[in-house]
Design a protein around this ligand. Structure first.
Ligand SMILES: [Zn+2]
Length: 123
C-alpha cells in the first residue's frame, strides 16, 4: 500500500446506546461515507470502512440482530435492545470490511470528518 498518510491513525472506542455492543477501532479516519440508499438515509448512517483486522468487538457479539436486504451482502447489524446501528460488515474479494458508524464513536466531533456523498440509491 502506497497511500500517503494524511490522517493520523488513532484508537477509537464506540458502541450502541445501551452499552451492550462495544468496540475498538484502530484506524486513520478522515472521510466518511454519507450514503443515500434506503437504509443509510433512514438510519442517518455516517460510515467509515476499515479492514476487519483494525476492528475489535469488545462486547455484544450476541447482542445484535443481522438485517440483510437487496443483494444480501452487507450485514446491517443493529442492537437488539436499543436499536442503534453501531457497525456493519461485508466481505469483499480483498477481505472482510467493517462499516463503522462514526456517529457511535465515543467523544468525536462529527465535523472533523469530511463527508463524501455516495449514491447507493442508484446501485
Ligand atoms: Zn444497545
Amino acid at each position: 500500500m502506497s497511500t500517503p498518510e494524511t490522517t493520523e491513525e488513532k484508537t477509537y472506542t464506540g458502541g450502541c446506546h445501551c452499552g451492550a455492543v462495544r468496540y475498538t477501532v484502530r484506524a486513520a479516519i478522515d472521510k466518511v461515507i454519507e450514503c443515500n440508499c434506503s437504509i443509510c438515509k433512514k438510519a442517518g448512517l455516517l460510515l467509515a470502512f476499515v479492514p476487519a483486522a483494525s476492528f475489535t468487538l469488545d462486547a455484544g457479539a450476541e447482542a445484535t440482530t443481522d438485517y440483510l436486504f437487496n443483494r444480501m451482502v452487507i450485514h446491517h447489524l443493529f442492537c437488539s435492545t436499543c436499536g442503534i446501528r453501531p457497525y456493519g460488515w461485508g466481505d469483499r474479494p480483498s477481505g472482510r470490511m467493517i462499516a463503522v458508524n462514526v456517529r457511535c464513536l465515543d467523544g468525536v466531533d462529527l465535523d472533523q470528518f469530511e463527508r463524501q456523498p455516495f449514491d447507493g440509491a442508484s446501485m
